[in-house]
Design a binder for this molecule. Sequence first.
Ligand code: ADP
Length: 357
Amino acid sequence: MTPFSFGQVMPGVEIHAQAFETLARGEFLVSASLTGVLFFSMALVAAAGSIFAFLSGWKAYALGVVLLVFAHVFPYWLFGHDVVFPYFAPAASAWLSVAVAASYQHFVVRRQLRKTEMEKARYQQAIHFVTHEMRTPLTAIQGSSELMTRYKLTEEKRQQIAQMINSESRRLARMIQTFLDVERLTEGELELKRASFPARELISICVERARPIAERKRIRIEQEQTDEATLSGDRELMEYAFYNLLTNAIKYSPAGTVVTLSSHAEGEHLRLAVQDQGIGMDEKELKNIFTKFYRTKKAEASGEVGTGIGLSIVEQIVTHHGGRIEVSSQPGKGSCFTLVLPATGTVSSPRTVRACS
Ligand code: ADP
């Protein structure tokens, strides 16, 4: 019996004849050369690298699997053609290179991609801000300067327009500065300018700036509780934050209503509240208003121009100052936004009207 006679007895002459035939035809099993094995393994590594370098997602994983199958099947195929090809070297090279390339793509390349995408989104937000928020002062400057060049105006009128151009361009410069500051603040590149100033000053400056907008809508700005305190931080940014809340209250309220301001000392904090009788928001909307570019349907329908990034900037500003922003609102009844800021030298006024009641 021979191993190939499958349990049958085989005459010795037949065995000899088969051996003779094999020798005559030269049908021996030959070993693959070491260089061949080396090149094949290297080719597998290169293929795995290329797959994950040029493709991503399911296509890359599918091709990776095809490569693994090929690395396993190839030695069998060669054996069928009388070549003994080692199995371990190509299989190990394929598994190792596919695993390394796939993990690299998953953990490193994807993270970089996400980072780039976030940077792109931030860049688009910046463009959005520049095009929307800065359009108003630019239009005013453009219109006024055209008036001055086209028409013969009285000296008084010219003075008035020149003043308006001046104040609008200052506003523009301030906006650009605020924007850049907030950008750098987000990146962690900006140290807050620390200055101490009375909260009262901040409120009155913002009220004076917002008054013309309120008057246009016949909205009254009232001040209730006025506790004294000294705030410490970047004055321009804090003004931006409070002014934003104030103009939002005016923007999102119907004509003839009242916007109520209050400052309320609470331990080492001052609560600056802006309460309106406007369109208000429901619970779901409240959760989203600090997300960049989010605007409620009612706000869109109100016809008031907005970008939906003001509140996200306000939130960043107060957080960087160690404070927080609180909001309560009821649809159709009004909203109340409160800046809770660290303060010193708080002095309570005799009246105790609780903000956002
Ligand atoms: P903008 O006012 O430019 O749209 P904001 O970031 O300041 O952007 O506000 C985001 C959204 O939050 C507004 O679009 C509006 O839907 C809502 N909102 C903010 N303040 C009020 C308010 N006082 N009353 C009702 N909705 C408000």
